[in-house]
Structure formats: structure tokens, C-alpha cells
Ligand binder design. Structure first.
Ligand code: NAP
Ligand code: G4F
Length: 347
């Protein structure tokens, strides 16, 4: 059951510059929210998705505000949260790359676990002044790999297989603890992989759709991957942010698995992507050990029955449609890149 009047609410997002930040900000602006986003300083601009959103939603752009901050700077974060006084906080910020977490385990722990704790502490302090609700971006990587434990639901034990997964389990547990110890309205969304044309370019789906399109246009010769046997439950990010929002509109806080219930291998993804351009993926794909992980989660497949029954949420976009949307987008990008090169070569 929904219990909200969304018209003049204020939301604060960490991770607003990422894939989910784009889709969630779009949804919140469409629903009349004032949206505040934490962006971290980097030497190159990291706001291309948000800039695109401002262009797409010019009429709502005055309700979108960005602030510098970092999940590793807990005091600055709390100051910002107390200043903005949000009704809802969505903690989407993370070092979100599983392979990279093996190279940067301490950093990943600081951002993904201690960072989440800083958000919860800020909400605990803010709650003394006004009610606040918090969404924590938990993940199917927390399930990791126990043979025979698929499909995974809210009742499946965690067995993370990476520093990323371990840090997210800690954040999950902190979130549950703040709910129980401090009576905070906090929810864990245990989201399975979700993708889109705004997906980061080093995640496997986007890496494949970009490469297939660029190979089709003669801009690239090969695609170098790791384990193509792994299976994932891939959904569309636009559908999944709806579930995040729904969790914070309920009467009681709770944790929910969000997934499609279908699983596909990386190889299947490759086949569909390359076939759609009339190409054979085997002719263009190499494997390199640097893209393998010291420990791999072999199969993820989620059971989102609880979300369907309690939130009324279900995915709207099929796997085939998701791949098609990503391919169409990346083919357009490749064609533009090719025209650009051809124009530059003209005398
Ligand atoms: P993403 O595209 O990689 O975005 C991550 C966001 O976190 C970016 O805005 C990034 O900023 C920000 N960030 C990174 N380090 C930070 C720091 N130290 N301080 C503040 N912000 C920082 O990830 P996503 O796919 O949108 O995922 C959103 C969240 O859901 C993440 O927490 C991820 O772990 C979790 N999740 C994702 C999936 C999925 O399949 N996409 C599934 C389950 C859970 P920059 O732009 O500056 O890098
Ligand atoms: O696209 P991936 O890097 O996603 P992964 O590791 O499943 O993590 C994503 O989903 C999680 C939810 O379960 C999120 F929490 C996390 O933040 C992130 O969004 O890799 C998917 C699969 C893996 O099995 C990987 O080993 O693809 C395999 N793979 C094979 N070659 C590759 C590659 N992955 C990447 N990134 N790059 C490769 O070249």
C-alpha cells in the first residue's frame, strides 16, 4: 500500500552521476520532487548523464541541485544532508565494479560500507529534526556462490565472493541494524544486474553492445573478455528504479529482491548482440586472464515474489528487448563516430 504525497518532496541521492542516478533522478523529477545530488570532484567532468537529463527535462531542471561531496568524507556528507533536509535519501554511490574491487579492496570497503554507514548516521541525526527514509543499494553479489542456492530470494544466505560483495554485505547489515536499533525507515533493495544504454562502458553488457556496433561499422577489430560462461539475471535499469522508489513509499520499511527471474550466460548475450548485426561473435572475441576474477559468481537468478506481492512491482522489459535497446543506442553512437571520422578526413 502506498502512503505518500510526492508533490513537494525532497530527495537526496548519492551516486547521481551513475546509471541508476540518471534513471532515478528522471523518475523523481517526473513525480514533482526536488532532487539534490552528491557529485564527487574529478579531473574530468563526470556529469554527462545528468547533463543529458537536464537537456531532456528542461522544465524540471530548476528542481535539480548538485553538491560536491564524497562517501569517504562522512562529516561533509552529514553537513550536506542536514542542510538539504531530505524526505528521502537514496544511497546509490559506490565503487560498483566487482573486478576492480579485487585491486582496490580497502577503498571499496571505505566507499561501499563505511560510506553507507555515514549515510545512515546522517539520517539518524536528521531524524531528530524531521522524518527521513533511506534506500540502500544492496546487490545480488551478496549471495555470491553457494552451489544449488539459485534462484535467490530474501531468505537465501549471503556468501559474497569479492571485496565488493563483502562491503555490500556489511552495508546491508548496518542498514538492518539502524532499522532495528534506531527505528529508522531504511530499506535494502537487493537488486540483480540491471543495464541500459547508460550503463558504464566496462560492465560486460555495455562492453559487448558497444563493441558489436563498432565492429559492424569497421571502427574496432576485436573484443577482449573474461569468463563468458557466467550467468546473470539481467533487467532494465529504468524498471528497477521504480522499485527503489516504491520501497520508500510503503507503510513499513523492509528489504526486497528485485530481479526478472530469468538467467542468461555472457555467451548468450554475445550471440544475440553479434547475430543482430549478421556477425559471428567467435570470429571477433578473445579471452584474456586479466578480465577473469580471482573468485567468480557463476550464476545469479532472482526470485522477486515478495516485491511482486508487496510492492506490486514487476519488470516490464524483456531480456531480448533490453539487448535490442542497448544495441540500437550503441549502433547510433558508432555511426556518428564513423561519420565524424569521415568528415574529419575530407579535404
Ligand atoms: P555506477 O553507474 O557505477 O554509479 C556509481 C555512482 O557512485 C557514480 O555516480 C559514482 O560517481 C558514485 N561514486 C563512486 N565512488 C564514490 C564516492 N567515493 N563518493 C561518492 N560517490 C561515489 O553504478 P550503478 O549501476 O548506477 O549502481 C548504483 C548502485 O547500485 C551502486 O551502489 C551499485 O553498487 C548498486 N547496484 C548496482 C547494480 C547494477 O546492476 N547496476 C545491481 C545491484 C546493486 P562518478 O560518476 O564520479 O564515478
Ligand atoms: O558486467 P559485470 O562486470 O557485472 P557483475 O560483476 O555481475 O556486477 C554488476 O552487477 C552486480 C549485481 O549482481 C552489481 F552489484 C555490481 O555493482 C555490478 O553492477 O560482469 C558480469 C559477468 C561476470 O561474471 C564477469 O566475470 O560478466 C563476466 N565478464 C566476462 N568478461 C566480464 C567480462 N565482466 C566485465 N566487467 N568485463 C569483461 O570483460
Amino acid at each position: 500500500m502506498l502512503c505518500s504525497n510526492t508533490s513537494s518532496k525532497t530527495a537526496l541521492l548519492t551516486g547521481i552521476t551513475g546509471q541508476d542516478g540518471y534513471y532515478l533522478t528522471r523518475l523523481l523529477l517526473q513525480r514533482g520532487y526536488n532532487v539534490h545530488g552528491i557529485v564527487r570532484r574529478s579531473s574530468a567532468m563526470n556529469r554527462h548523464r545528468i547533463d543529458h537529463l537536464r537537456e531532456q527535462m528542461q522544465a524540471a531542471a530548476n528542481r535539480l541541485h548538485l553538491h560536491y561531496g564524497d562517501l569517504t568524507d562522512g562529516i561533509g556528507l552529514m553537513e550536506k544532508i542536514l542542510e538539504v533536509q531530505p524526505d528521502e535519501i537514496y544511497n546509490l554511490g559506490a565503487q560498483s565494479h566487482v573486478r576492480v574491487s579485487f585491486d582496490t579492496p580497502h577503498y571499496t570497503e571505505q566507499v561501499n560500507s563505511a560510506g553507507a554507514l555515514s549515510v545512515l548516521e546522517s539520517a539518524r541525526v536528521l531524524q531528530k529534526q524531521k522524518p527521513v527514509r533511506v534506500y540502500q543499494a544492496s546487490t545480488s553479489e551478496m549471495f555470491g556462490g553457494i552451489p544449488g542456492s539459485s534462484p535467490q530470494s530474501e531468505l537465501t544466505p549471503f556468501h559474497p565472493q569479492s571485496p565488493y560483495g563483502c562491503a555490500k554485505v556489511a552495508a546491508f547489515q548496518h542498514t538492518v541494524n539502524y532499522r532495528e536499533a534506531h527505528d529508522l525507515f531504511v530499506c535494502n533493495g537487493i537488486l540483480f544486474n540491471h543495464e541500459s544504454p547508460y550503463r558504464g562502458e566496462t560492465f560486460v553488457t555495455r562492453k559487448i553492445t558497444l563493441a558489436a556496433a563498432r565492429i559492424k561499422e569497421g571502427l574496432q577489430d576485436e573484443l577482449v573478455l573474461g569468463n563468458v560462461d557466467a550467468k546473470r539475471d539481467w533487467g532494465f535499469a529504468g524498471d528497477y528504479v521504480e522499485a527503489m522508489w516504491l520501497m520508500l513509499q510503503q507503510e513499513q520499511p523492509d528489504d526486497f529482491v528485485i530481479a526478472t527471474g530469468e538467467t542468461h550466460s555472457v555467451q548468450e548475450f554475445l550471440e544475440i548482440a553479434f547475430n543482430s548485426f549478421g556477425l559471428d561473435w567467435r570470429e571477433y572475441t578473445q579471452q584474456n586472464p586479466k578480465h577473469f576474477r580471482p573468485a567468480e559468481v557463476e550464476i545469479l537468478c532472482g526470485d522477486a515474489t515478495k516485491a511482486r506481492e508487496k510492492l506490486g512491482w514487476e519488470p516490464k522489459t524483456s531480456f531480448e528487448e533490453l539487448v535490442r535497446i542497448m544495441l540500437e543506442h550503441d549502433h547510433e553512437l558508432a555511426k556518428r563516430e564513423k561519420w565524424g571520422e569521415e568528415l574529419a578526413e575530407r579535404p
